[in-house]
Design a binder for this molecule. Structure first.
Ligand code: NZQ
Ligand code: ZN
Length: 385
């Protein structure tokens, strides 16, 4: 196991009715708040009204940054920074999915920074200060509610990059707020959560049994609950188990002491930067192809994956056969729940394939399980067409 320091300051407030805690949090964080939200789902579900009354009861003046796009854009973030500076905002409240939270994080670190907030995404700078940020999560997927990552798209340059920004001070997760997530977004969320585990599970670091079993238990929990939640979107326990899995998959628990990969996320971000497709949809397509491309780097890890996660019976089979059966089981699962399986499902052909391969590797080769050059990425994309 490698050395590590683990620190996560986000207060996770989980369960039915927990939104009521927003009142006290608001009183602690200051009287002027910027509420950040997306394209209207929170208005349709009634969450907007509930949040607004709690903030007003707490005596807050509420400003709004509405219309944050899925794959949030730098231009929207800059609007939020401008409003916050003009109005002397004390803290930010994100109400929505990962895109809304990521945009809110960018605003939180952008306000006290004198340079261009894009510097945090193009690796020119790291934030030294941030406004406090609270979140009310409505979609199980990114883990953004309990980490300091943020992914923003610069649409002018067609670049989508993750930056290290700021941890939320608190995050409120009520599974009932995810009941209204549409079927396709539920599927993308499941794919994203599983992909986060894959990025941290496929590793060469030896002797990491606890991290390995944590990862496998998240995968099994998501797999067990996926079809349940798709059959009944208002199944509280299934929604709760997927929601908590999403948080645990990317709150810093899994990578401690482990060399992680993250190449597939870079590849997906490059595809989204050019075609603006849903993140989880892109991952469901690309991850199994990445697996096929790299599994020989450490076949025994893929054998373990097949046996422990997909219950593949290894008797009488070669390691290669078992590993490939595990990858096929992953593909079959994504197909079974209705995830896209090929880039063609999004009308993507090989036209910009080379451009995407370059965009996925702007700082040099990516990944650790196998270092991938732009040429490797082009091959994986070709397998994904
Ligand atoms: O915009 P609204 O109207 O709110 O609708 C959203 C949006 O259209 C809708 N939605 C969310 N909650 C809902 C709901 N609809 C009905 N009922 C609800 N309760 O779902 C759509 C997608 O929302 P979005 O926030 O884009 O989804 P997600 O949470 O999957 O976030 C994706 C973004 O996060 C980034 C991705 O790249 C992408 O930009 N990521 C962020 C990470 C992080 N910060 O740690 C890590 C991830 O790997 C990922 O890259
Ligand atoms: Zn992801």
């Amino acid at each position: 196991m490698n050395n590590f320091v683990y620190h996560n300051p986000t207060e996770l407030i989980f369960g039915k009715g927990q939104l009521s805690q927003l009142h006290d949090k608001a009183k602690q964080l200051g009287s002027t708040v910027l509420m950040v939200y997306g394209g209207g789902s929170i208005k349709r579900s009634g969450l907007y009204d509930n949040v607004m009354s709690l903030l007003q009861e707490a005596g807050c003046r509420v400003l709004e940054l509405a219309g944050v796009e899925p794959n949030p854009r730098l231009s929207t973030v800059k609007k939020g920074i401008e409003i916050s500076r003009q109005e002397g905002v004390d803290w930010i409240l994100a109400v929505g999915g990962g895109s809304v939270i990521d945009a809110a994080k960018a605003v939180a670190v952008g306000v006290p920074y004198e340079g261009d907030v894009w510097d945090f995404y193009s690796r020119k700078a790291t934030p030294a200060a941030a406004l406090p940020l609270g979140t009310v999560l409505t979609l199980a997927a990114t883990g953004s509610e309990m980490n300091r990552g943020s992914v923003v798209t610069n649409w002018e340059t067609q670049e989508k990059h993750g930056g290290t920004t700021t941890f939320p001070t608190f995050s409120i997760l009520d599974p009932e707020n995810t009941f209204s997530v549409p079927r396709d977004q539920t599927i993308y969320g499941i794919s994203d959560i599983m992909s986060h585990v894959f990025e941290q599970y496929f590793s060469h670091t030896p002797e990491i049994p606890l991290q390995t079993r944590f990862a496998e238990s998240i995968l099994k929990t998501v797999i067990e609950n996926a079809e349940r939640v798709l059959a009944n979107p208002e199944d509280y326990d299934a929604r709760a188990n997927i929601l908590y899995s999403g948080t645990m998959a990317l709150n810093g628990t899994l990578p401690v002491g482990v060399e992680t990969d993250w190449a597939t996320h870079s590849i997906e971000h490059a595809v989204s930067a050019v075609y603006d497709i849903p993140h989880g949809g892109g991952l469901a397509i690309i991850f199994p192809k990445w697996m096929r491309y790299v599994y020989r780097e450490n076949v025994s890890r893929f054998v373990r994956f097949a046996v422990e996660v997909w219950n593949v019976d290894p008797a009488g089979k070669t390691d290669d056969e078992v590993a490939l059966e595990g990858i096929a089981a992953t593909e079959a699962f994504f197909a079974r729940i209705g995830a896209p399986t090929r880039l063609a499902d999004y009308q993507i052909n090989d036209e910009h394939l080379q451009v995407m391969a370059e965009k996925a590797t702007p700082f040099g080769p990516i990944g650790n399980f196998k270092k991938l050059t732009s040429e490797d990425v082009a091959q994986i994309l070709r397998m994904s067409l």
